[in-house]
Write a protein that binds this ligand. Sequence first.
Ligand code: G3D
Ligand code: MG
Length: 179
Amino acid sequence: MSNEDHRLWKIVLIGDGAVGKTSLRKRYLGEGFETDYLSTMGADFALYDTTVKETHIRWQIWDLAGQPVFKDVVKAYYTKVFGGILVYDITRHQTFKNVEKWLNDIRENSKRDRDVPVILLANKSDLREEGTETVSTDEGKALADRLGLNFIETSAKTGEGVQAAFNQLGTKILDFTSE
Ligand code: G3D
Ligand code: MG
């Protein structure tokens, strides 16, 4: 298959530190997947070929090692993005409170004429069973509704919802690019 047969879709993983961004990506791609580390940016990206509704696509999945600090880094991170996966950790309310801040970041910096698709992940769902105090599913759904985002509960540990999350984002991007 030639490169032309692929659509290259850059997407970004966003959300507070330690919410599970890297773990989710690893779970989706499988262990041992090679990534290119962009040391000047403190970010890396992975390429992954798959199909969304029978359309061949190539994910370019960007992942920040830490928080973006410099404006230039933030710009380069978000520029020409097709979508975002915004993650919070259900066991830490602060990461949930910061969701809107992350959404604003991608909205302000993606520089597209329309809002790119963003999907909200309530990660570490496996820890709910342990009786820890967590951000409830209803709270998560309500926020997603208010912000106009898709919502999925995931666990990078068990794999719950991970495939579904990328599939849903892919479907949204397919619609976005064909509008
Ligand atoms: P980040 O990339 O958003 O900073 P990481 O987050 O993927 O590095 O994950 C931070 C920590 O949370 C890691 O633990 C990781 O194993 C754990 N984690 C990520 N996702 C899940 C999940 O769905 N369930 C559970 N139980 N843990 C998760 P360590 O201990 O390695 O720092
Ligand atoms: Mg990480």
